[in-house]
Structures are given as C-alpha cells and as structure tokens.
Design a protein around this ligand. Structure first.
Ligand SMILES: NC(=O)c1ccc[n+]([C@@H]2O[C@H](COP(=O)([O-])OP(=O)(O)OC[C@H]3O[C@@H](n4cnc5c(N)ncnc54)[C@H](OP(=O)(O)O)[C@@H]3O)[C@@H](O)[C@H]2O)c1
Length: 331
C-alpha cells in the first residue's frame, strides 16, 4: 500500500497536523515511459513550509489536494522507461509518500556503493549544493576572510562552515543552544560558535569578530540578520540563503533596519536559489565527495523512521531538535 500526505489546507503560522489528508491507496500502476519508485528516504526541508503558501516564489506553490512536494530517494520497482531499470537507485521530487510514479523528468541515478543513500539528500544533495554554491560563488570566500554563518548546525550551514574552514577562513557559527555550539567547535572545526538564544549574543558576536566580518551566510533572517549587518567590513558579502525565523510568521516578514551598513561598507547582499546551479551539481558533488573521503568534510544526518512521523518530524526543523540534515526513512 502507498501512504500519501496530501496538502488539505494552507497553514497560518506553525503548521497544525490538520493541514494534511493522510491517504492510503494501492501501489500505483505505471504506463509506457514511466517508472515506479519505492521510496527509502524523504528529505525534510524548511522550503517545504514555503511551498505550502499561496503566492509567487521561485517555484510554484503546492496546490491544495496535491501530494506534498519533497525530495526523495528510492529504488525502481517497475519500469517502462528506457533509461531507468528495475533495481536502480534514483533521486527526484517524489513527494511525501511511499511510492512515486514518474516519467523520469528531474530524476537521476545515484550509486549507493559510492556513498550511503542519506548523503545523496544531504551533503551530496540539495542542501550540500546550496552550501557549496552559496559560500563559494555568492560569498566568493578567500583565505583569511572572517565568515559568519547562521543556522550553522543545520544541513546547509554546517556544510557551508566546513567549506569555509577548509578554504582557510576564520569561521564563526550561530546556532541554538550550548550543545550545538560545542559541537560546531569540537567536531566540525569552527573557530567560534555563538548561541543566539543567549542573552549575551550581541556582546558575544562583538567579542568573536572584533574587526568585523567579510561574509555573512544567512539561513535565518530577522534579528540575526539585522545584528550581523552591524558587523560588516568594507566590501563584505551577505548571502541571503534563507530566513527560517520568518517562515511561520503570522505578521509581515521583518526586514533588516541596519541595511545602510551595506552603503557605508560598500557591501553587497545577494539572494541565491540553488536550482540556478543545477548544471554544475555534478562538479560540486565530485569535489565534496573528495573532501568527505579525505576527512575534511563531515556529513551529518538525523534520521527518523516511519512516514507516519512526517508531521512531527517536519516541525523539528523549527524547534531545532535535530543535527545536520533531517530525513524520514520510509522503508
Ligand atoms: N536558497 C536556497 O536555494 C536554499 C536551499 C536550501 C535551503 N535553503 C534555506 O537554508 C536555510 C537552512 O536550511 P536547512 O535545510 O539547512 O535547514 P536546517 O538548518 O537543517 O534546519 C533548520 C534549523 O534552523 C534553526 N532555526 C529554526 N527556527 C529558527 C529561528 N526562529 N531562529 C533561528 N534559527 C532557527 C534550527 O536550528 P537551531 O537549533 O540552531 O535553532 C533548525 O535546526 C533555510 O532557511 C532554508 O529555507 C535555501
């Protein structure tokens, strides 16, 4: 049987469980040119929250009545497709369900002998690609830069920080709570880590970067972005990757009031969307696989079992109750 999570209504604020219709159906049949994929892992991303909203964005919202969009990895169980064979492991936008039928568009094969499957949704998947292109192409880091990263213990932030470190930067992470901060320094090699939930965050940031920052990789937005803007050095780069602190807001999104720091410091603030780099994913994956092999890059995942845990696990993105990439195992 196929368990499917369908978006039934649009959330307002933190999503409640009643936005989903959980449906169980027979495993679907395929037609010519299609494959049946049995999912092993479903990627849980903050972007899912954005796709639930109506309105213009970098991608169409999920329509009410549709399967919730999510990145997945699975094995081909049946195929009437020229390129994908039974037994191939493939990744694509299969959605929150146990089985997906696809014509193969947007899906590609992965090799489970080269890396564990979860890694293809994390460091070698969309979040790893975001970190790679964000920090290197948008951040234009070079050795000696002071790099500040918010959401630093998350899927994107932890990889971006490690890349900056291996490129010779001084890296300061911002994360929620002392345990995550300790982890960033002791296990991922960050030079400093600051707890944004602490009352001393303003002073802690001042102490951590007395001469300011060259790059700010922002995953969080809101007050953290505003604070970071006060620390820019001349020609600093601010990468707007995400704004998770604002995704469940019931009021207007808070913009930065300290934006004139961009003017004073001749700095730039640039948004990025990972999909713009799709034709270079292969290059990034090969490079990052090399760093993983040489021990310069650590991959971290929090894996939760069972599709029925989808809603509660998804909310852990907003409570921070996880480390690295968050995945649902559904096999
Ligand atoms: N532009 C792109 O193409 C692109 C692609 C992928 C992801 N993104 C964005 O990148 C960001 C990170 O994504 P991810 O997949 O790596 O997620 P993630 O960081 O693995 O998970 C979200 C983390 O955000 C932190 N958080 C939650 N609420 C917060 C708040 N109110 N204030 C501060 N921190 C909060 C939590 O960590 P703590 O315990 O530290 O609070 C949580 O673990 C998101 O904003 C996402 O939308 C953008």
């Amino acid at each position: 049987m196929n368990t499917i999570y369908i978006l039934k209504k649009r959330p307002f604020g933190i999503p409640e469980a009643d936005i989903w219709k959980r449906q169980t159906e027979a495993v679907p049949q395929i037609s010519d040119g299609e494959v049946l994929v049995k999912h092993h892992y479903i990627s849980l991303d903050p972007a899912i929250r954005g796709w639930m909203n109506e309105g213009k964005s970098y991608i169409e919202p999920v329509n009410l009545g549709d399967v919730m969009r999510a990145g997945t990895i699975g094995i081909v169980e049946a195929s009437k497709h020229a390129h994908f064979k039974v037994g191939d492991y493939i990744t694509g936008w299969g959605g929150v369900q146990n089985y997906a039928v696809t014509n193969g568009k947007g899906w590609h094969k992965i090799d489970p002998s080269l890396a564990p499957l979860p890694m293809y949704l994390g460091v070698l998947g969309m979040t790893g690609m975001t970190a790679y292109f964000g920090i290197l192409e948008v951040g234009k880091i070079s050795a000696g830069d002071v790099v500040l990263i918010s959401g630093a213990a998350g899927a994107v932030g932890s990889v971006a920080g490690q890349i900056a470190k291996l490129k010779g930067c001084t890296v300061i992470g911002i994360a929620g709570g002392p345990d995550k901060c300790r982890h960033l320094i002791e296990n991922l090699g960050f030079d400093a880590a600051l707890d944004y939930k602490s009352d001393t965050i303003v002073n802690d940031l001042k102490q951590a970067c007395p001469k300011g920052i060259d790059v700010f990789f922002d995953n969080v937005g809101g007050e953290i972005l505003d604070l970071a803007l006060t620390k820019l050095r001349r020609h600093a780069r601010v990468i707007i990757c995400g704004a998770i602190s604002q995704y469940n807001s019931k009021t207007r999104i808070k913009g930065p009031s300290n934006y004139l720091s961009l003017l004073v410091n001749r700095a730039t603030m640039q948004g990025m969307v990972v999909f713009d780099y799709a034709d270079r994913y292969q290059e990034a994956a090969i490079t990052m696989a090399g760093w993983i092999q040489s021990g310069q890059l650590k991959s971290e995942e929090t894996i939760v079992d069972g599709i029925d845990n989808f809603h509660d696990t998804f909310l852990r993105l907003f409570t921070g109750d996880k480390q690295g990439k968050l995945l649902l195992k559904v096999i």
